[in-house]
Design a protein around this ligand. Sequence first.
Ligand code: PEP
Ligand code: MG
Length: 548
Amino acid sequence: MTTSTLPPNTHHGVGVSPGRAAGPVVWVHDRLPDPLPGPAPTDPAAEAARIRPAAEAVSQRLLARAGTADGAAREVLTMTATMATDPSLLGKAEQAVTEQGLPAPRAVFEAAGEFAELLAATGGYLAERARDVLDVRDRLVAELTATEPPGVPELTGPSVLVARDLAPADTAELDPRLVLALVTEEGGPTSHTAILARSLGIPAVVAARGVLATNAAGARVDGAAGTVELLDRTVEPVAATHDRAEWNGVGTTADGHRVKLLANIGSAADAQAGIAAHAEGSGLFRTEFCFLDAAAEPDIETQRNAYAAVLEPFAGKPVVVRTLDAGADKPLPFLAIGEEPNPALGVRGLRVAFDRPDLLDRQLTAIAAAAAQTGAEVSVMAPMVATAQEATWFAERARAAGLERVGVMVETPAAALTAEALLDEVDFVSIGTNDLAQYTFAADRMTGALATLNNPWQPALLRLIAHLARAGLEKAKPVGICGEAAADPHLAGVLTGLGATSLSMNPKALPTVGATLAKHPLQTWQEAAQAALEARTPTEARQAADHL
Ligand code: PEP
Ligand code: MG
């Protein structure tokens, strides 16, 4: 479709999860600014008296929601409702009004903040509740200031969610039966919000500039084309339609050159989806997705159980388990990394473990135990490795924990440029094209305005991949791809032509990638790869493969 044939009110973004859907718009509210400590109320007693009715209103609303929910959601909502009227919390807040002269919203903000800190310091189960207290805090402040509470509101029917951006934790909790499509003003094609939307099969468009400035009631979303038509009237819900492809579960080119097609997973549900889609194994298990909400480090037993639940469906199949990769757009509260001027360039991925090797050792112990328990053929790999020395450090610890097959991710240009030295230290490498693009182009993967630089068809990125694949061939060690590039069917063929030995992707992409790869012999993909390497722009590179 050309731009001129698109209806008016169409916003263009980057399509990150394919499928077309339409429905009424539900707006996701930004986090409220912290309430100010002043001016002091003229009548402190009257100000303090506002707190209990507000808490009661919040609690009643949560209980009403609990009444219509089931299972875990019901439990969480009931517990949160109880927390909202906790007498010690409310007493402390009232005291802050009458004794310190704080306005009620600020008093609640501070009292709940202290309460959450206390819980976090306690550790274990109670620490997990700290986040719930902060949720209650935001709801109480919203009630007292007559504003909408932040986050995804309760959905009463199938809806198109429109947000500035969504945290991975919010996205992970979305119910694909109620969320027809996702549109964000910010975010890039490899942001974790996009990755989670894809794994849930929810059509999504990110970097749709200008959507927040509208007041739309309905939307039509095309997650492949990256377009959002916003309407001032509501629209009948139409659930996503996807094009289906057939694939028999063996990754191969038309002439039988084998490339393992694997699933990227982060939960037991993903693992089951991977098996259902005939994945030959998993090339990336993102362990941090198991603990996005944890306020304290999960103990070895908790970690073992969490990993085992994800590995179970892959018994007898290869799975590459990645150690915790937190930082920047994937904060893990329990790691308490602290404020950094440039989080994407800060202490993230494996770097977290350099000062705290015991943290890594406990995770490796838990992974080894889960591997033994489930019979999955587990390898382990480290994220955000920059030097061969770091690779050696990681490999020694992993082998000491009983994990024999060890690899590292290549996500920095430094690692790509020293591919041979890295491969001397480990058994395989896996290219994280999402971060490798971000660091090669110095373009934050979450920034919508830089989406073109993070396009995985960029020739500079392809050249780094070609270098890595050549090094793998020379050292006779596997070089896989586990970034989102692998999920683009034609790019998957080009990556195969460059010499990638496995491609790991969200399970939903497997059938189309498998079917496309099998359409042409290796030589054709090699020729397309060569043309893409020589292209000047991502569009030219794509054209080299699109005519096939
Ligand atoms: C990557 O960076 O390409 C990758 C696979 O890791 P993540 O997306 O989890 O950062
Ligand atoms: Mg990465």
